[in-house]
Design a protein around this ligand. Structure first.
Ligand code: C2G
Length: 445
């Protein structure tokens, strides 16, 4: 029996794929089709697939040409598969001409003619597009616009900033339509990215939702439980997507770390400690009491994420210890007491610490080196060092493309969409910020 193997993503399966599969099948008696996993596609830079791996497998199955479907999840797997399944012919479209010649050592390699005039890319372009307006044109917005280009089905179309001069420069630089007022911006878009100074998030998010726009809000979301609840209620009433752009939550390595730890990889978790410190000029707006408001405001949501994901939100108390200057915290250490665990974090704009995340358990610990909040790598470590394991993931560009992809998918998906930071977690984060701002259990150093 002659075995043929071919691989692909098969996104929005079309006639080009069908022709390829038919031709591949005609080369032998048994056709194995390797369909790429979502994470492998992310790793090889394909951020723009519309169908998930199961939908793509179902589509390949429905063509009737595949005798066997396998998933392709890592680079180099083709060699392993050819040997494992005793493959005679590797077939692929002519757009890959020459690229897979290295497989000739293992089997016959055939480049089949590619069907002209049709591609997944073209089909994606014909799909609905989310027009995004940006509120606030500072440094994070400057990273957001280029990152959005890696995600399909969205276009940044306009920006607004009450500082007219800054806004004009930003719009010119990125080729966006300039919005003179907030109302103008809402006219021109379907969704809004709120990247304005922290204390203005609440009113912009509320206005955007009231204008019927989906919202992706930069961190920190808002500074009180009541505000967070109100905004979620409004988004639900209006059936709009409300997401917080807490980039760590969308980072592939972090997601894997959390699921490994939740499934017991270091035993029972007894301690979580995380630090985020960035030495900042004292005259910076970030250390201005009325503008951005200091270290807790700036960074607390990052360490709160692993603490809530790993230990839950039912802590018994929190104590904060803050080093103050000019009425803002240059540094804060927070200590959480849970029923059978403890957590702590350090955030600082005027004090530098090691910026790692350590999760200690009864069987071992997880170590994520600095900067853990945008990591592509972590380790599980045990008493017996032979058991230690290192994990590597992709973290493309500035990492904002992952949250943009989720935001756009949530808007376009007609069905249930899993939100990587839950409503409950975002509300609880706002509650912690509120407690801190009220000065409850805050000890000044
Ligand atoms: N194809 C084709 N004609 C088209 C479009 C695609 O013949 N108009 C072929 C491709 O050449 C490939 C297969 O259909 O053989 C699947 O294409 P994609 O889904 O784009 O997958 P691709 O990124 O080419 O992945 O490990 C994965 C492989 O490297 C191929």
């Amino acid at each position: 029996m002659k075995k043929v193997i071919t691989y692909g993503t098969y996104d929005l399966l079309h006639q080009g794929h069908i022709n390829l599969l038919r031709r591949a099948k005609e080369l032998g008696d048994w056709l194995i089709v390797g369909v790429t996993t979502d994470s492998f596609d992310l790793e090889r830079g394909k951020m723009n697939t519309c169908n998930n791996v199961m939908e793509r497998i179902e589509a390949v199955k429905a063509t009737g040409y595949a005798d066997q479907i396998i998933i392709e999840e890592y680079r180099g797997q083709k060699i392993d598969d050819i040997q494992k399944y005793g493959v005679d012919i590797f077939a692929i479209g002519s757009d890959w001409e020459g690229y897979f010649d290295y497989l000739k050592e293992y089997c016959e390699v055939v480049y089949l003619p590619r069907t002209q005039g049709i591609s997944s890319t073209q089909l994606r372009e014909g799909r609905p597009m989310v027009r995004i307006g940006v509120i606030g044109t500072g440094s994070i917005a400057r990273r957001f616009v280029p990152e959005s280009k890696f995600v399909n089905s969205n276009a940044i179309v306009t920006a607004f900033n009450p500082n007219i001069e800054e806004c004009r420069t930003f719009c010119e630089e990125y080729g966006l339509e300039y919005s003179e007022t907030e109302a103008d911006l809402y006219e021109r878009c379907d969704a809004v990215y709120v990247a304005s100074p922290h204390y203005s998030h609440y009113s912009y998010v509320k206005n955007a939702l009231n204008a019927g726009k989906h919202v992706l809000c930069e961190t920190p979301f808002v500074f009180s439980k009541a505000q967070a609840e109100e905004l979620y209620e409004l988004s639900e009433k209006k059936r709009l997507v409300l997401m917080v752009a807490l980039k760590t939550a969308f980072c592939p390595a972090f997601i894997h770390l959390v699921s490994l730890l939740k499934s017991g990889a270091v035993g029972e978790i007894v301690e979580v400690n995380a630090s985020v410190t960035t030495l900042t000029d004292e005259s910076s707006e970030k250390l201005n009491k009325d503008y951005f408001g200091g270290s807790m405001n700036e960074n607390a949501c990052f360490p709160l994420l692993p603490i809530f994901k790993l230990l839950g939100m039912e802590y018994e108390n929190i104590n904060f210890y803050s080093k103050m200057k000019n009425e803002v915290d240059m540094f804060t250490k927070a200590v959480f007491r849970f029923h059978s665990a403890v957590a702590s974090f350090q955030v600082g704009l005027g004090v530098k610490t090691e910026g790692n995340l350590v999760v200690a358990g009864t069987k071992g610990y997880a170590y994520v080196p600095a900067p853990w909040w945008k990591t592509d790598y972590f380790e599980l470590r045990y008493e017996d060092q032979n058991q230690n394991k290192k994990f590597f993931h992709s973290y493309a560009g500035d990492g904002l493309r992952y949250e943009i992809k989720d935001f756009v998918s949530a808007i376009l998906s007609k069905e249930y969409f899993y939100s990587k930071v839950s409503k409950k977690e975002n509300i609880k984060m706002a509650e912690v910020q509120e407690q801190y701002l009220r000065g409850e259990s805050v000890y000044k150093l």
